[in-house]
Design a protein around this ligand. Sequence first.
Ligand SMILES: [Zn+2]
Length: 397
Amino acid sequence: MTGRWQRLSAILALVLLVVMLEFPASASGQTPIRILRQDTAILYPIRITFRLSAISSATPITEARLYWQAGPHAAFNVRVASFTPAHRIQLEIPLSTQALSLPPFAQITYRWQVRDAQGNSLVTENSTFEYVDNRRDWQEIANERIRLLWYGLDGTLADELFALADHAYQQLAADFGVALERRPLVLIYPDRRAFEEFQVMMSNVEFVIGRYFPGHNIAACLVTADMPRDLYADTLVHELSHLYSDNYYTGYTRLPLWLEEGLATYQESADLSDELQTVQRAAAQQALVPFIDLPTAIRTVSVQKANLAYAEGATLFAFIHEQWGQEAVAAFLGGFRRTTSVDDVMRDVFGMGMADFEMAWRAWLGYPVSRVPRAVPTPTLIPLFRPTPTYLPPGGH
Ligand SMILES: [Zn+2]
């Protein structure tokens, strides 16, 4: 572990990130418009204020637009400033962050477009900053793979959490067969009030102890002193698996939800003994959920059935790993960048459709069957992808 500690300043509730722009335009060549100054002020967790002053040596400036984006793959939003046309302008656009479900330390990218009465235009370079929560005494542990921010915990526990996260990252990199382009950020909160604060717009916060933020490359976990190690360790790894997957499939088709949750559960522990026990007990009672029913079982209200669905998905990955090796896990995961059809991917990678694969898996569990329910051919529905956060048991994952 090449951990390095970096103390982040936590002096004021208002942080000022000043980017002095002395260079002129990035676009439209010899424009008479010049940016004098642009900066942003963060009042966490209330708002971000974007400020601009600009001058035009020709005619009055008549228009200023702010383009901003939360997360590098999100669409840009536009805000038009209202001001009285003038040669020299000074303006600000406040952006309320409370309705955005924006996690702390999310990356925000923005640029300005300024026009004058003659139609001259200037577009600034993109600037990126972190939506920093500077009210806490965040400490950082990082290496080239992963970054962890924490406060209010024992340093030894923080080191342990970092080692867990880094190990999980390396396991995920091996299973997906690629490293991530961007280094993930893990936030560790030591108390529930702080952990819930930025999630007020989200549902079921009460029992959530971990979640990741799609598109932001950020996972947040609650780790309290009285929490059993298995609970926070499993949660951290589970959320990192979702984060990794979110990155990996951005711009492609995705893993179906039941496999997404199966993979995250598979990552949690090395031996999967609990999951195997759950699955084998169900197999002995002929109560396994057939693969064709797992897409609905994974989100069923029955905790027991949902847990079985998670466990089945997890052991499916263990089965692939044991029978075909880690490269087959990567090939299987890679298949879902091209299609969401499990049947098609299984045929490509293992040379058998989903029903035959399920029979092979049941035999591997020690409970062979001669047939399993098969899908009636119907048009494929692609479910909306959104893994749920990790809840305290008994509430699934
Ligand atoms: Zn999950």
